[in-house]
Design a protein around this ligand. Sequence first.
Ligand code: NAD
Length: 431
Amino acid sequence: MAHTLSRKIAVFGAGYIGLVTGACLAELGHDVVVRDIQPERISLLQSGQIPIYEPGLGDLIIKNKERLTFTLNADEAVARAEIVYVCVDTPPTSAGDADLSRVWSVLHSLEGAAHLAAVVVKSTVPVGTGARARALLDDLGLHGVGYASNPEFTAEGRAVSDFLSPDRVVIGASDAETASLVEELHRGVDGEVVVMDIPSAEMAKMASNALLATKISFINEIASICEATGADVGNVARAVGLDHRLGPHFLQAGIGWGGSCFPKDSEALKQLASNTGYHPQLLSAVIEVNNLQKRRAISKVKDLLGTLEGATVALLGLTFKPGTDDMREATSAVLAARLLAEGAAVRCWDPLARPEAVEPWASTTRCESVLEAMTGADAAILVTDWPQLREVPWEEARGLMRRPVLYDGRNLLDPAAMRDLGFRYLSVGRP
Ligand SMILES: NC(=O)c1ccc[n+]([C@@H]2O[C@H](COP(=O)([O-])OP(=O)(O)OC[C@H]3O[C@@H](n4cnc5c(N)ncnc54)[C@H](O)[C@@H]3O)[C@@H](O)[C@H]2O)c1
């Protein structure tokens, strides 16, 4: 890929975003070291193995191994770097705000690194973080080190192509020199670069995720009204999405959104607004509709079965969406916990996810195939629209069940065909 100047970059955080950022910056010709605090993660990477599943990432890391190294040692990473990228996790605190402790920890580890040209934060952080980060860098004597916000808009499952061909690259910087430095790093990336002030860059990320979540909650609310009135949300979404002012994306009704970003980022934006004294009514409703959507699935299955006490329910797909192994805030965890609380036994299948032996998963039965999961089940809930689920021999699956209740939480299957096979088939917002 074309680039003008190869920079030395230290990326802090070897998770989904840090690894993709590191590998893609190396692909763009930069010399990159990725630092993490998890020894097992760094050992795996040093031995050529990839600790997460992300399409294309492994190949990119191998292809650029001359320019991409991994370390546990922060001082070593910073000593040879011109630019530090912060890609650490920002999970929710118990109050729902973003926990920035890992970001502060990275900045503290830069003490004495006055040789750096810039610190760039890619982690999703609340508006105002840049000002606090600047003050901390100044306290550490790093007055001459530039600061930029360069939020990541990528979607897991296509993060590498999103990085190299993004809809846009947003750079928030307090001075033109830092903005051009970060822009220069992206030479070779096929996407528009938008430079702005730091608070706006931070807000652009939060607003994007909030609007995507809003679209999904909106169509899910329409789906509930469709159910009550006899309309088909699939037809409605198609007609709505053909309006060029609205567009077809994120209008797929389903069982509710989850994942490592939407839940925590929408909650963090809600808390950020609340902390300023503003009550974010729309955002609060978006979150509430989503929470209800997951519970509605359980209520519908319970209505069909009479009771969940003593029933066996199969969960088909556990990750928050197909194409990833990420289980963070997955809808499946809410369903499993609700089912267990109602006294049901839970059997689950997923082609990639290997949930840790923590609750609710410690109390569920893992199955190697869809058919195994459905054996003896009173109901099955299709949670993640993995393409494999289109290929299931559904007639055989129905024959293995104790009662043929199927809740299609992603509207993946054809209602008439499933009913012809003898299923008591329910889906979202379809007659
Ligand atoms: N995952 C996504 O799809 C996505 C998309 C856009 C933005 N983001 C944002 O990017 C950030 C990172 O997300 P992620 O999904 O990569 O998280 P992750 O949990 O997969 O990775 C974070 C990594 O940072 C490491 N870490 C923690 N403290 C560290 C330190 N002091 N030094 C070095 N490494 C440290 C952790 O060990 C972990 O490996 C978050 O703020 C997230 O909101 C994520």
